[in-house]
Design a protein. Structure first.
Length: 145
């Protein structure tokens, strides 16, 4: 004989129903997105003592525009390095045939403070350049040249 609740239903149906409700709440609260596999935002990244960034083993030149966007969007060098080290390439936002001479790579990742950040790097052979950084979750009123 199976266990019954006071409502005349087997206990296991109540448990399964409760789990489905909890799963539905989780789905709604996360916007329907499951956590992405890969490095966690809290994973340590190597950053030099002087705060310089690296991409594919080369030092990154930070353009004036990128530095302005970092300041305006409250994205520090450590967080940019997280994106450069652990980010996923967004093929739709990357341009391997950029007319300015260097292919651009769009990398996206969550930072230690939970921002979803996209970094655009001009992947020049000897000196990659950080072109811009974007907080994909928030809009900022930046005035950068």
């Amino acid at each position: 004989m199976s266990q019954h609740t006071n409502f005349g239903r087997p206990l296991w149906t109540i448990v399964i129903g409760a789990l489905m409700v909890i799963g539905g709440i989780f789905y709604v609260m996360t916007g329907g997105e499951l956590p992405s596999p890969g490095p966690s935002p809290s994973q340590d990244v190597d950053i030099s003592e002087d705060g310089s960034l690296s991409f594919k083993g080369n030092d990154v030149i930070i353009t004036k525009h990128a530095a302005c966007r970092m300041g305006c969007r409250e994205i520090d060098s450590y967080e940019v390095q997280q994106v450069l080290s652990n980010g996923r390439v967004n093929q739709k936002k990357s341009n391997p045939n950029d007319s300015r001479g260097c292919p651009t790579v769009a990398l996206e990742a969550k930072t230690r403070d939970g921002q979803t950040v996209r970094a655009i790097v001009a992947d020049c052979q000897s000196n990659p350049k950080l072109v811009t950084v974007i907080d994909l979750d928030n809009k900022y009123n930046c005035h950068c040249d």
